[in-house]
Design a protein around this ligand. Structure first.
Ligand code: NAP
Ligand code: MG
Length: 489
């Protein structure tokens, strides 16, 4: 199916001419079926749901919905492939398949990037320069580990766990699939993956690549559907490990379900990162990093720098520079290469963001929003910042998962450490200062899995990622990312 995309009506007076990425090279299966045992098949009961383009609310494709019986089929296919083929295959051979997947992602990078932006609403610059290359990099990285597990775990024998059930969110659909699939394959496990309901299409494109790679049938199965499909996968008795990325609420529910069943599990959950700016930091660089930290991907980032702590003596200058920079951000068509901020992923998410912006104002915060006109159709939100907020405000405590920044000030190092740690989450953080000693001392005291110094939102497959406290359990990425997929003897 060729997908026609209309130019969106932004009614702006930009100085830029639109530079739309073309869509004539992409192919989306209509309908998009389930990928089980190496084949695309409809669900047992033939049910479909629609995935839409959040930038204009138009339907992109019908997607097969997996019910309990389909989950069972997928798990059986994964078990068979595990017992008969994948767990017995020489690690060097396993590695070759994973390298093949990585290379094919690179070859079809443009198609992946356009589909990611169409289905999820993120700017093409991000899907093209971040999501797709990082996804390929994850497969390359873990392909390299497949035949070197004895070096990852010296003196131990690493055995695969078996069948892994993997559930991912909508904010980085292809990248989250890569984070989950690559280490599981490298360690000899087979997989049933469930993408998020609003963004199934790039995972299904990955399924096409997997088929093209001749990966033995059943090694990777990808099934779509909503929370019920995910729950059926979590509850399935023949799944040995659950890898979940999503909200803390669903993560807690999953934890309760698997406790006592003997299943291994990892949970990558929400966040409320503190970005800490000292008066000795290069301010312009920091402003750019703060903007990137919260407005990147519309703030749909678990590790988004959604709380800014700025040292009191420079606060006025920093806030005025931030506002100036926000005025130049281009909220626009996700397929336009000029766009900085695309569409919000779904109506539900947009309503949630608006609810928090409302709460922020009712609780006494002062609001500033980029002056931009938003199209009538689709889901859009202007970049927003709040000042005059304190630790007890809900917009400071709760994860909004949108382009909303809450700014507070501090005077001393001890004070900012206390404020930064005053959250149920602990996924990431940022420190901006000229002093290396401050960076090292703070990064030890902030209880979060990742601390960036004088930068933000930087990822590499060799670096482990994961949370403290309610941000989750376990690590993905790096050598540490192999651990959840092996039993060590
Ligand atoms: P979500 O509602 O928890 O959904 C995540 C996935 O779980 C989706 O595939 C969802 O299906 C599925 N699901 C829903 N209910 C389920 C259940 N009862 N049992 C099993 N699976 C179920 O989260 P989201 O709104 O998609 O994503 C945003 C959240 O993800 C944020 O909190 C963000 O911080 C977090 N996140 C964390 C990381 C990290 O690495 N720590 C990375 C990215 C995102 P449906 O799509 O059909 O609802
Ligand atoms: Mg969609």
């Amino acid at each position: 199916m060729k997908t026609e995309v209309k130019t969106l009506d932004f009614n702006t007076d930009w100085e830029y001419s639109p530079a739309l990425e073309s869509t004539d090279h992409i192919h989306i299966q209509e309908p998009t079926d389930l990928f089980i045992s190496g084949e695309f098949i409809p669900g047992v009961r033939g049910k479909y749901f629609e995935t839409i383009n959040p930038a204009n609310e138009e339907k992109i494709a019908n997607v097969a919905e997996a019910e309990k019986a389909d989950v069972d089929l997928a798990v059986k296919a994964a078990r068979k492939a595990y017992d008969n083929v994948w767990s017995k295959m020489k690690p060097t051979e396993r590695g070759k398949y994973i390298f093949r997947i990585a290379r094919l992602i690179q070859e079809r990078a443009r198609e992946f990037a356009v589909i990611e932006s169409l289905d999820g609403g993120k700017p093409i610059r991000e899907s093209r320069d971040v999501d797709v290359p990082l996804s390929a990099a994850h497969f390359f990285y873990y392909a390299g580990w497949a035949d070197k597990l004895e070096y990852a775990f010296p003196g131990r024998d690493a055995h695969p766990v078996g069948v892994a059930g993997q559930i991912i969110p909508w904010n980085f659909p292809l990248l989250m699939a890569a984070w989950k699939i690559a280490p599981a394959l490298a360690t000899g496990n087979t997989i049933v993956l469930k993408p998020a309901e609003t963004t199934p299409l790039t995972a299904m494109k990955l399924a096409e690549i997997i088929q093209e790679c001749d990966l033995p049938p059943g090694v990777v199965n990808i099934i779509n559907g909503g929370g019920n499909t995910g729950q059926a996968l979590v509850e399935h008795a023949d799944v040995d490990k659950i890898a979940f990325t999503g909200s803390t609420e669903v993560g807690k529910f999953i934890m309760k379900t698997v406790v006592g069943t003997g299943k291994k599990y990892t949970l990558e959950l929400g966040g409320k990162a503190a970005n800490i700016l000292f008066d000795d930091a290069p301010v312009d660089q920091a402003v750019e990093g703060i903007v990137n930290g919260i407005f990147f991907n519309q703030g749909h980032v678990c590790c988004a720098g959604s709380r800014l702590f700025v040292q009191e003596n420079i606060a006025e200058n920093v806030i005025s520079k931030l506002k100036e920079r926000m005025e130049t951000l281009i909220v626009g068509d996700p397929l336009d290469k000029n766009t900085d901020i695309g569409a919000i992923n779904s109506k539900i998410q947009l309503d949630k963001i608006k609810m928090y912006v409302d709460i922020g104002q009712k609780e006494g915060g002062s609001i500033f929003q980029s002056p931009c006109s938003l199209p009538k159709m689709g889901y859009w939100h202007a970049p927003t910042l709040f000042t005059d907020v304190s630790q007890s405000h809900r917009i400071v405590q709760e994860e909004i998962f949108g382009p909303v920044l809450a700014i507070q000030t501090f005077r001393t190092v001890d004070e900012v450490i206390m404020k930064a740690n005053n959250t149920p989450y602990g996924l990431s953080g940022g420190v901006w200062t000229d002093k290396g000693s401050k960076i090292f001392s703070l990064s030890k005291k902030i209880r979060a899995g990742v601390i960036w110094a004088n930068t933000f939102n930087k990822f590499d497959p060799s670096a482990p990622f994961g949370g403290y406290k309610e941000s989750g359990l376990g690590r993905e990425g790096g050598v540490e990312g192999l651990m959840p997929y092996v039993n060590l003897v």
